[in-house]
Design a protein around this ligand. Structure first.
Ligand SMILES: Cc1cc2nc3c(=O)[nH]c(=O)nc-3n(C[C@H](O)[C@H](O)[C@H](O)COP(=O)(O)OP(=O)(O)OC[C@H]3O[C@@H](n4cnc5c(N)ncnc54)[C@H](O)[C@@H]3O)c2cc1C
Length: 495
């Protein structure tokens, strides 16, 4: 499967333009060898591929700005790329466009332990920030399972989450400021060193904008002090409904765990084969529940959590007895996507959100849909947030199975919407789910979002083809501008 992304004005990179990119970032920062370009043809959503015309690897904000100015002057579309771990095709290039890779921008600009913050270039990895902060007893809270590899620039663009975002919030709650190169090459500083800044929240607009508003070249993050105590348990259940009920019970009891992760039987099987983390293969579902905080508070909440799992039909509870055992449990969970290779040659990772209270019924419906489609679906996800990650397993060697699996993945995410949730919990919309945006938003809503995007990128050269549905690919009705109902009512203007 491949998609051609909808950009209206293909350009070729002439030798002369290539020379200008070399002048901007140096010969070692420009890749034009066809074989090397293929490294950049997709992100973690490998079904969507497009070889870029050129890759540029700048080392500073000024070099990013110079490269973007060249793109703007020559009408060349570009896409920023961090580590390429995105799962929604967000870093997918367009034909005859360029990739601006941030992998050489890994400098630490400043660590300020007294004020618990750090400023880094965007190519620093998520876990790299916590490693740098660790000598001060501090860490960066958002923890995507890809954290060893993914970059903080990618985290900002996707507003990434992770296991511990239930208690600590997503990336947006931990970014104080960014430097942004806008699509005309200008350099902007948004936010600041403090948790609030004056004026409209443009930082809030940029976090989660999936690289469509510009390129983030510096990030100031908020650091947290490591908790005094951490307690973890793994509870087994005979059904995903029972496990879902236990999650609702925990939250209803007022306990806010740092993390509540769920694995179903297929996910347990894959994780055990890959890591031997000690999950029970007899269980239909397992919950990893983690509490953290001050010693006494953590102990009391841990007892409550254990009792609640027991009273919600847990068939067994394992409490790790060492730091190494706890680390292995998390390694098992965080390797889950990669572990799927043990039980299936191919799979799609889907990402949708539902209200926590609907976990049981929606998982049952997904199982039914999988049966009807004749495919297997494994579930491993952030249960506390209601953030599902159904993994639709298939074998690309069987003709038509990839398309069939993709249809099922789309139907599942649309089930999330009809169940009161959303088409993305944390992996973004990218190229993958742009057409599903119309399941959530009205044409008026989308028109307003598009006007925000146009304010940053009037020529549409910054990561085109992502996030917004396009008439050609999504079958929507194109049409002239229609005012939003709020505009007609005089509440907002077009300013
Ligand atoms: C095994 C695995 C587990 C994962 N687990 C999680 C998880 O638990 N939670 C979660 O939220 N995600 C998860 N992800 C998804 C992915 O890792 C995150 O979305 C991550 O933030 C992407 O970072 P990246 O550096 O790889 O970005 P890329 O994939 O390179 O890019 C992602 C998007 O960000 C844009 N972008 C990248 N850098 C910049 C920049 N400096 N300025 C502007 N735009 C930029 C790109 O254009 C693209 O649209 C997982 C992925 C994998 C493969």
């Amino acid at each position: 499967m491949s998609v051609d992304t909808p950009v209206a004005r293909p350009k070729t990179i002439t030798t002369q333009l290539r020379r200008q990119f070399v002048a901007a970032v140096g010969e070692s920062g420009v890749i034009s060898e066809p074989a090397q370009l293929r490294t950049y043809e997709c992100d973690g959503l490998t079904g969507y591929r497009m070889t870029p015309a050129l890759v540029v690897l700048p080392q500073s904000t000024e070099e990013v700005s110079a490269a973007v100015r060249l793109c703007a002057a020559h009408g060349v579309p570009f896409v920023a790329r961090g580590a390429g771990t995105g799962l929604s095709g967000g870093a997918l290039p367009v034909a005859d466009g360029i990739v601006i890779g941030l992998s050489r921008m890994r400098d630490v600009i400043g660590i300020d332990p007294d004020n618990e913050r750090m400023t880094v270039q965007p190519g620093v990895t998520n876990s790299g920030i916590s490693v740098l902060a660790s000598p001060y007893g501090l860490y960066f809270a958002p923890d995507p399972s890809s954290q060893i590899v993914c970059t903080v620039g990618g985290n900002v663009a996707e507003n990434s989450g992770g296991a511990h975002c239930l208690k600590y919030g997503f990336t947006s709650n931990h970014v104080l400021g960014v430097t942004l190169v806008t699509p005309d090459g200008s350099i902007m500083h948004l936010g600041g060193d403090t948790t609030d800044s004056i004026g409209p929240d443009l930082l809030g607009v940029v976090v989660g904008s999936e690289g469509t508003l510009g390129i983030v070249t510096e990030v100031t993050v908020r650091l947290l002090r490591r908790p005094e105590s951490v307690r973890t348990l793994v509870a087994d259940f005979d059904s995903v409904e029972d496990a879902g009920q236990a999650v609702s019970g925990l939250v209803a009891a007022g306990v806010i765990p740092a993390a509540v992760e769920m694995l179903d039987k297929l996910a347990i099987e894959a994780c055990e084969q890959a890591t031997g983390a000690g999950f029970s293969r007899d269980a239909a579902a397992a919950l990893i529940v983690e509490l953290d905080g001050f010693d006494t508070e953590c102990e009391a909440d841990f007892d409550t959590a254990r009792r609640l799992c027991e009273s919600n039909a847990a068939t067994g509870i394992r409490i790790p007895t060492s730091t190494a055992e706890r680390a292995l449990i998390w390694q098992g969970r965080k390797s889950a996507f990669a572990a799927m290779g043990r039980i299936s040659p191919d799979y799609f990772v889907q990402d949708g959100v539902i209200p926590r209270s609907k976990l049981g019924p929606v998982l049952t419906q997904i199982a039914q849909m999988a049966d009807d489609a004749g495919l297997r679906v494994a579930n491993v996800f952030h249960a506390g947030d209601g953030n599902l990650h159904p993994l639709v397993l298939y074998d690309a060697r069987h003709v038509g199975e990839a398309e069939h699996a993709e249809e099922l993945a789309t139907a599942i995410v649309e089930l999330c919407v009809s169940s009161g949730g959303s088409i993305s919990g944390e992996h973004g919309v990218g190229a993958d789910k742009a057409c599903s945006m119309m399941k959530m938003f009205t044409p008026d809503d989308l028109a307003v979002m598009k006007r925000v995007r146009d304010a940053f990128d009037p020529d549409g050269i910054c990561n085109p083809g992502k996030l917004f549905p396009t008439p050609r690919l999504c079958g929507e009705l194109p049409g002239p501008y229609r005012p939003h109902p709020l505009e007609t009512a005089g509440v907002i203007g077009r300013g």
